[in-house]
Design a protein around this ligand. Structure first.
Ligand code: ATP
Ligand code: MG
Length: 458
């Protein structure tokens, strides 16, 4: 789509009854807004509508009057609730035609799975005659691109319709939409996220000092979630100038963001996680970081989980390539299984399963059984029941055993945490704290240092 219109503003339309009934969170609008702003395009409105012809038709018109760029998600599939194709057609005053190319692709896709194309599935091969179909490599419903004439200074708006599933929408946006956009030349918005562990938000702000001033460029903002802080570095600049100015502006923005990142890393040191790939969550960065640290040292890890029931193993194995450093683990939820692993039954009877001694033993036995170099073990009370005055809900002991402490002998220590929040919060925070313990140990911090969030005074 050759474009003489500058896409300075956008409206996002999310569709689906599930959004209206609260069954589905609109993550597409969030993701699209974020990507658009990175491209220098400001989203001025989010519209969400159910699967209703009139609502869709009106939403498309409203959006086109508001902005020269409209991005829609959902409603392209084969069900009766999928009305985007029809309403885009009606809004642009076009007619639906069967696209032979699309039909052939659909047929081939179904044939590969040994199935014939039904009339219902064939609906997805229809498109408004003047619209362009956008290939969908990961699903069956193709996207659509069309122009809609509007009574506005920009005369017509560019409308992109993308499939609802995020795994299809995101690659289609990158491959098919981005090359068709004309963001305002020279306008650059650059965002970089850094994840920080082992620091409270207020401590982090104190250490960063002047960097967090609201009038600084790039802007530095901090948010906290589940024991991990996220620092957002955001550069916004330009807006005028020719094409060459665009390249210069981008370089300048990149340099400024790099400088700010270096300064922050200088101040916070090992508290800042490496960011090999943007777009990863804090937990993913933490897992990836310990796996990379282990890999570099040719070391392996095992886990023994009680109150987290496998959640730590899940977080670690969510990272591709984790098998290089992660050996696996044991879910010893009951006392029996803890004893089975080799934990001393007497210690459990005397001190309780939720105790530093049992956490240390779990880590040590896991280390021996698995043959790994490091073993993390968690035992605690996730709640909502089971707390006592001495061991309130949220109490978790985390053991770390290692073959490297001392002269080749294995040793273990446990740290005591009292996490706040509900069952899910306690479990997630426990896993994050366990990984944080290993992170700092791998970076040569003395045992027990630095003190972590929610760690009980010893
Ligand atoms: P399909 O061919 O899968 O039916 P579609 O384009 O018709 O795709 P919808 O039927 O509207 O899309 O939604 C399909 C699924 O995509 C939803 O059940 C939901 O899981 C996901 N989805 C849809 N819209 C959103 C959204 N705004 N945010 C996050 N996920 C969404
Ligand atoms: Mg659908």
């Amino acid at each position: 789509v050759a474009s003489d219109v500058v896409h300075d503003k956008a409206v996002i339309i999310s569709t689906g009854d599930e959004l209206m009934t609260g069954q589905l969170q609109d993550s597409n609008a969030r993701w699209l807004s974020e990507r658009l702003v990175e491209l220098g395009i400001l989203t001025v409105e989010h519209i969400a509508v159910g699967d209703d012809s009139t609502d869709l038709f009106e939403a498309i018109h409203r959006a086109a009057r508001r902005a020269p760029l409209v991005v829609m998600s959902g409603g392209l599939g084969p069900t009766d609730g999928d009305l985007t194709r029809e309403e885009l057609c009606r809004a642009t005053g076009d007619t639906l035609v069967l696209d032979p190319g699309l039909r052939a692709e659909l047929e081939a896709r179904f044939a590969k799975r040994g199935r014939a194309l039904t009339a219902r599935q064939e609906r997805q091969a229809y498109r408004p005659s003047k619209a362009t179909a956008l290939p969908n490599e990961l699903g069956t419903a193709p996207g659509l691109a069309a122009r809609l004439g509007v009574d506005s200074p920009w005369k017509w708006s560019q409308v992109f319709c993308l499939p609802g599933p995020p795994s299809e929408l995101r690659p289609m946006f990158e491959r098919e939409v981005v090359p068709r956009l004309s963001p305002p030349p020279g306008r650059v918005v650059l965002t970089r996220l850094l994840h920080v562990i082992g620091l409270a938000e207020a401590d982090c702000v104190d250490r960063l000092g002047e960097l967090t001033r609201r009038d600084r460029t790039p802007l530095v903002g901090i948010t906290a979630s589940g024991g991990i802080l996220t620092i957002r570095i955001r550069y916004e600049g330009g807006g005028a100038g020719g094409d060459s100015a665009g390249e210069d502006a981008r370089h300048k923005a990149l340099r400024r963001v790099d400088e700010t990142e270096r300064t922050i890393r200088g101040i916070l040191g090992d508290h800042v996680l490496p960011t090999d790939a943007q777009g990863r969550s804090g937990v993913e960065c933490l897992s990836a970081s310990i796996l990379a640290d282990l890999g570099e040292r040719s070391r392996t890890l095992a886990v023994v989980e009680s109150c987290t029931g496998g959640m730590l193993g899940e977080m670690i194995t969510a990272i591709p390539g984790s098998s290089a450093a992660f050996r696996g683990g044991y879910i010893t939820y009951s006392n029996d299984l803890k004893v089975n692993l080799g934990v001393d039954a007497g210690a459990i009877a005397r001190l309780g399963a939720v105790s530093p001694e049992v956490a240390s033993q779990m880590a040590l036995r896991g280390l021996e059984r698995s043959g790994a170099h490091f073993c993390l073990a968690l035992t605690g009370i996730a709640g909502p029941d089971g707390g006592t005055a001495a061991k309130p809900v949220g109490t978790v002991h985390i053991g770390l055993a290692s073959r490297e402490i001392g002269a080749g002998a294995s040793a273990a220590g446990a740290r005591h945490f009292v996490f706040s929040g509900d069952r899910e919060d306690v479990r997630r925070r426990a896993c994050v704290s366990a990984m944080a313990m290993l992170h700092f140990a791998l970076r040569g911090c003395p045992a027990g240092e630095p003190r972590l969030l929610w760690e009980a005074p010893s």
